[in-house]
Design a protein around this ligand. Structure first.
Ligand code: ADP
Length: 256
């Protein structure tokens, strides 16, 4: 029977050390589990559109369907192909972000000009849902950003604002300069439950899987948005009221 007689202080330290090791082991276990879950989810997300594409192209190549049906099935094939390519693009972005292979080129960019250009890109999709898109802010505000990456962020946030808005609603972009530059994207859509707010920037998190399946979401968009904004030295916040709407705020540097 062998015991080491340690002074009380180092017994405490040993206790702390073993607790710390236990925490690390728990972290590692969680990480491995989440990696596995991530892969399982992604495989599912990749397989679902492929199943549709394969199934409908088999049907389309048969002769016994009429033109109307053929057109309808081709539309589905196009939509599913679109989903698949967005998912693959998101995954490639995440991989690059993880490996720090994202080059960020910071520049002082006039925000209003950029917002008008981005708004021009999303307008057709907004019109389809009769959504009003309003931009306010002073024309001379600049922000220190990578214009390509900021555009990607804005397109993503606006696409969400459109997806989760009710037909005929309003989306407002506003820019305010204080110490920093604050850019708000506010919608009057379905909102996000309070208990889900802390998780929406996590990879693959979706508020409600059923509402997202039909919207074509993957739960990757906001995690990419957050990483891109932080890579530019910015911050992102969210505020939301269920059934009333959601506001995302970007906080950016105003000067180099
Ligand atoms: P997705 O591709 O599923 O939209 P995101 O990462 O972009 O994934 O968003 C994560 C979740 O946050 C979404 O599933 C959605 O439920 C919620 N969400 C994001 N933006 C909004 C918004 N403007 N209004 C309501 N819910 C939103």
């Amino acid at each position: 029977d062998f015991t080491v007689d340690l002074p009380a202080a180092s017994r405490d330290e040993l206790g702390e050390l073993s607790a710390a090791i236990q925490l690390l082991a728990d972290d590692l276990h969680r990480l491995q589990t989440s990696r596995r879950e991530f892969l399982a989810s992604i495989s599912h997300e990749l397989r679902t559109p492929l199943t549709y594409i394969k199934g409908y192209s088999d049907i389309v190549s048969k002769n016994h369907i009429n033109d109307e049906e053929r057109e309808q099935y081709i539309d589905i094939i196009k939509e599913e192909t679109e989903k698949l390519s967005k998912l693959i693009k998101d995954l490639l972005d995440l991989a690059k972000l993880d490996q720090h292979e994202f080059s960020i080129q910071l520049d002082e960019v006039p925000l209003m000009t950029m917002l008008e250009r981005v708004a021009g890109k999303v307008r057709p999709a907004f019109q389809k849902k009769q959504l009003e898109l309003v931009i306010t802010g002073s024309g001379d505000i600049k922000a220190v950003v990578d214009p390509v990456r900021l555009e990607q962020v804005l397109l993503n946030l606006l696409d969400n604002a459109r997806k989760y808005s009710h037909q005929g609603g309003k989306v407002k972009i506003s820019v305010v300069k204080e110490d920093k530059v604050h850019l708000f994207i506010k919608d009057e859509g379905i909102g996000i439950p309070k208990e889900d707010l802390p998780y929406i920037f996590e990879r693959l998190f979706r508020v409600d899987k059923s509402r997202n399946r039909e919207m074509g979401g993957t739960g990757l968009g906001l995690s990419i948005v957050k990483e891109l904004i932080e890579a530019q030295g910015g911050k992102i916040n969210v505020q939301s009221d269920l059934q009333k709407g959601t506001t995302f705020e970007l906080i950016l540097e105003g000067e180099l």
